[in-house]
Design a binder for this molecule. Structure first.
Ligand code: FPP
Ligand code: ZN
Length: 334
């Protein structure tokens, strides 16, 4: 490892993120419109963890997010006038809550709650991403996280055909558990660390971690660490910085974060920084992007790397924000 990659280059990462917002005349900016609100969430959260949230123009962000809200159906789209989706709805709410700007943005949160609730097919224990009906563990996490952030988790206590929505969700997640203790994107789908995060974090929010086979799943998660210290998403796959989030957050919620070799993972994440342009890539030598920058910084935060604010492993938002909302769950950080 060279000297320049041996420590976190926070100033460069802040500069990299701020410059992304100035890239409006580039082709890649326009090709990523479908991810714009997610991108702003990744940027805001990275900056917040780096203690530099003021580096972005707060009122411009609030105005943009407000323009992504669809007052007819209550959801957020990734870009003004695009179709609404549960992924961008969670991102929109996360951004506004992190900036403490829900009221300022003039969003009717009861409409957002109703938008989320109607994305659950009747009698089912999962949520879809939009009206087209695709189901994926990710979407159920997004629904539960958004409802919780908006203080509307009690809506899951509603009883339908003799069973509460919450019980149906627990039953659905129970059916998703694989022989290795993990979760895929649906019942019977192969275990994938990203999906494991969504299931573990969703169950943490609704206080039903009891259905998880903790040691079995934690063993599978700790086996994701490869020779160079990085983590992969599944057996036989390449290591990738974003799994520093998906794997560590689940281990943190399961109180098994110490099952990972911390120093080797810190070295791997730092070696994926771009020393010239800033940002963190999926792995050393690749081009950096804001998604991997967030998950690299968030991974370092959970590992106790100095001068990074603490991230909440359940919501992937600053701990201080989640504490302000009174939503903190039990987990262990290093
Ligand atoms: C891996 O994706 C990650 C997942 C499948 C989980 C994604 C979860 C969400 C979008 C919910 C919101 C998340 C947060 C942090 C608030 P990938 O497509 O990169 O997987 P691959 O490595 O197999 O390609
Ligand atoms: Zn990745």
């Amino acid at each position: 490892m060279s000297e320049s990659t041996a420590k976190l280059n926070a100033d460069k990462h802040v500069e990299y993120i701020v410059n992304l917002g100035r890239a409006e005349n580039t082709l890649s900016y326009h090709l990523t419109e479908h991810l714009r609100l997610n991108g702003i969430y990744w940027a805001i959260t990275s900056l917040s963890l780096l203690g530099r949230i003021d580096a972005l123009d707060r009122s411009a962000v609030i105005e943009y997010v407000g323009n992504c809200w669809n007052s007819s159906n209550g959801g957020f789209s990734s870009h003004p006038n695009h179709d609404t989706h549960i992924l961008s709805t969670l991102s929109g709410i996360q951004i506004l809550i992190t900036l403490d700007a829900v009221e300022e943005a003039k969003i009717d949160t009861s409409k957002v709650v109703d938008y989320i609730l109607q994305l659950r097919p009747s009698n089912q224990g999962f949520f879809t991403g939009d009206e087209w009906g695709e189901s994926d563990t990710r979407f159920t996490y997004c629904a539960i996280s958004t409802l919780s952030l908006l203080g509307a988790l009690d809506r899951l206590d509603q009883v339908e055909s003799g069973t509460s929505i919450k019980q149906k969700i627990v039953s659905w997640f129970t059916q998703c558990i694989n022989f290795d203790g993990g979760f895929g994107n649906n019942i019977g789908a192969e275990t994938h660390s990203g999906q494991v995060f969504t299931a573990v974090a969703a169950l943490a929010i609704i206080d039903r971690l009891d259905i998880i086979h903790t040691d079995n799943l934690s063993w599978w998660l700790s086996e994701r660490q490869v020779q160079n210290g990085g983590l992969n998403g599944r057996p036989q796959k390449q290591e990738d910085v974003c799994y520093s989030w998906w794997v560590l957050s689940a281990l943190s919620i399961l109180h098994r974060l110490h099952w990972i070799n911390k120093d080797k993972l810190i070295s791997f994440i730092l070696s994926a920084q771009d020393p010239d342009c800033g940002g963190i890539a999926d792995r050393p030598g690749d081009v950096s992007d804001v998604f991997h920058t967030l998950f690299g910084v968030a991974g370092l935060s959970m590992l106790g790397y100095p001068e990074i604010e603490r991230v909440d492993p359940v919501y992937c938002m600053p701990v201080k924000t989640i504490e302000r909302l009174g939503l903190k769950k039990s987990y262990t950080l290093l």
